[in-house]
Write a protein that binds this ligand. Structure first.
Ligand code: C5P
Length: 223
């Protein structure tokens, strides 16, 4: 790439959905495709970073040059992140992690003649909150928030509650958000820091988000 402003950084990115098995052929999941996280990884590589990409089940292709760790469940994603976090200078959580998993995974396919009226659920670990709880000043931590209402208020709660340096908010009401479509992002930091990154393709927004991350990271280092 022309700009090498991420050289020397080791970036850890989570992307995609997770899949939580009910039985060997059924699962709980969501509509995420990992596209925004993959675009952030591609942009980071183009700008000279080393990239660890922890990627849930998706048909979207990771960029060549990334170190990709494929995972299925939230707990597998959490384990991969714990292993890689120590070497990272910047971590970005874009994954749409399933908040719950079935309390029981059946070894055999559940037959439709069985009388199933409910699936008991357990909470999954919050991977990003765990990173925030264990972090030190050497890691710059970025989260995402997909909101449909009061989006800046909720995102500021996540910024503080998960101990993040920056949060990128997208309004997933309407047509934006999931898949290979345009996105729109606002970034928030501190008590009142805010920048509207506008709308565009996920790759264009990835470039603007990296600019914002680098600016904030340098401002913190100078403070
Ligand atoms: O609290 P909420 O799920 O809205 O927070 C979204 C942010 O937290 C995203 O960055 C997402 O990747 C991360 N997250 C996570 N593990 C979870 C839930 C969310 O890393 N179990």
């Amino acid at each position: 790439g022309a700009r090498e402003d991420l050289r020397g950084e080791r970036v850890l990115i989570t992307a995609g959905p997770t899949r939580e098995p009910i039985d060997p052929v059924r699962f709980l999941s969501n509509a995420a495709t990992g596209t925004q996280g993959i675009a952030l990884a591609a942009e980071a590589l183009a700008r000279g970073a080393a990239v660890d990409l922890v990627l849930g089940p998706t048909t979207a292709s990771p960029p060549p040059g990334a170190h990709v760790v494929r995972v299925t469940t939230a707990r597998e994603m959490d384990a991969a992140v714990r292993e890689l976090a120590g070497g990272a200078t910047i971590a970005i959580a874009t994954a749409a992690v399933a908040d719950w998993r079935p309390a029981v995974t059946h070894d055999q396919k559940v037959k439709k003649t069985e009388e199933v009226t409910a699936i008991a659920l357990e909470r999954n670990p919050d991977i990003l909150a765990g990173l925030g709880a264990r972090r030190d000043g050497a890691l710059f931590l970025v989260g995402f928030a997909a909101e449909t209402s009061d989006f800046e208020t909720h995102a500021r709660e996540k910024l503080a509650g998960k101990h993040l340096d920056l949060i990128a908010v997208n309004d997933v009401g309407g047509t934006r958000g999931f898949g290979d479509v345009d996105n729109a992002l606002v970034v928030l930091w501190g008590t009142d820091g805010r920048r509207d990154l506008g709308s565009g393709s996920k790759r264009e927004l990835a470039a603007r988000l990296w600019d914002a991350i680098l600016e904030r990271k340098r401002a913190q280092a100078d403070a």
